[in-house]
Design a binder for this molecule. Structure first.
Ligand code: NAP
Ligand code: NAG
Ligand code: NAG
Ligand code: NAG
Length: 297
């Protein structure tokens, strides 16, 4: 029979015991996010729109975290940042004074431009020199639906750009910044997927190719950097996200809404992102799939 050392030859980490007590197990939804402590922990979100993106930012702000929100529309982000700052301050029990750094800021960035991603992440870091990017969320994509033979090469290029090249740039920039901390604090990287991440549906060839590639890239990065304390997770959003856009697409009137269990509600999705970022390094999820009760899958 092989000796324990031999059986675990690739797992020298298992053969390095400690006598320190285990960290506390917190009740669900409580405790701090994995990574830097709250006062210095930035939650950075790329792809913040009125729906899911904002819901995610609000969820983290309601736990007192600093949020850096990014998309193309700076004016909209700035207005949301004012609200997120208030929410985070209320959660911390501190009131706002003009001199203090805000607890939320918006940064313009377009995933169709690799350079703007690095620039926006650099601006966020520079805006809070005493804080660190503890959680980073990638949520932008380009989705065009067309029969395969009518799909222009440009649609393919934009999808691949938005998910693969931009995702690559985002992941590299974030992992570098987390690694600069020398593995002392770790961090979370959460990436939004879609049905097409694992199932190439008809008329979504470009989107499926790019979302599938993004998912596989996340797997590689998760395996490479998990052992260095970076938690990478991929969330398969398998269904229609509830939004004003979706309601108008189906011709709903102002006071009409989707029935429960038919579409994914942004606030409910956001809770799952929070859950992932709260996980302890003893028990990490790589992939989570979320769908409404009535979805066929
Ligand atoms: N919608 C759904 O039903 C659904 C279903 C399953 C999965 N998903 C996934 O969920 C995520 C969000 O999808 P979504 O359809 O809700 O949102 P989306 O249309 O991708 O937009 C989300 C936000 O990202 C920003 N954004 C869009 N293009 C951008 C670009 N080129 N550069 C920077 N930011 C950009 C937009 O703000 P600006 O316009 O201000 O830039 C928008 O508010 C995606 O990863 C998508 O694949 C969506
Ligand atoms: C991700 O994008 C979706 C759709 O574009 C949006 O509804 C959602 O709010 C975004 N999520 C985050 C965390 O920004
Ligand atoms: C992003 O970078 C990749 C790799 O260099 C390149 O192929 C792609 O064209 C770039 N995208 C844009 C929009 O410049
Ligand atoms: C990480 O380690 C390098 C090399 O030892 C050192 O120069 C750097 O200051 C360290 N960074 C932090 C944040 O401790």
């Amino acid at each position: 029979m092989a000796s324990p050392a031999r059986r675990n030859q690739n797992r020298t980490d298992l053969l390095n015991p400690t006598t320190d007590p285990y960290p506390t197990v917190h009740a669900l939804g409580t405790g701090a996010l994995y990574g830097p402590p709250q006062p210095e922990h930035i939650v950075l979100i790329l792809g913040v729109g009125p729906g899911l993106g904002l819901a995610i930012a609000q969820t983290f702000a309601s736990y007192g975290y600093t949020t850096a929100i990014m998309s193309r529309t700076k004016s909209r982000l700035d207005a949301w940042a004012v609200e997120l700052d208030k929410v985070a301050r209320a959660a911390r029990g501190t009131s706002s004074t003009a001199k203090e750094q805000p607890l939320s800021l918006g940064f313009a960035c377009d995933v169709l431009d690799n350079g703007s991603i690095e620039r926006a992440i650099g601006e966020a870091q520079a805006a809070w020199p005493d804080k660190k990017i503890g959680t980073a969320i990638y949520n932008a994509s380009v989705r065009k639906r067309k029969p395969f033979l009518e799909l222009p090469m440009d649609a393919m290029k934009d999808s691949v750009q938005a998910s693969i090249f931009a995702g690559f740039t985002f992941l590299q920039t974030i992992i570098r910044s987390m690694k600069e901390r020398n593995g002392t604090e770790g961090g979370n990287v959460l990436v939004t997927g879609a049905t097409s991440s694992i199932r190439g549906r008809e008329q979504f060839a470009a989107f499926a190719a790019s979302k599938g590639g993004l998912r596989q890239m996340c797997q590689s990065v998760a395996r490479e950097y998990g052992r260095e304390g970076i938690h990478v997770a991929h969330v398969v959003v398998d269904g229609l996200i509830e939004s004003d856009e979706a309601k108008s697409f189906f011709g709903f009137k102002d006071n009409q809404r989707f029935r429960d269990g038919t579409t994914l509600r942004p606030d409910e999705i956001a809770k799952n992102y929070l859950f992932l970022a709260l996980q302890s390094p003893s028990t990490w999820t790589f992939e989570l799939d979320l769908r409404p009760a009535k979805e066929h899958f």
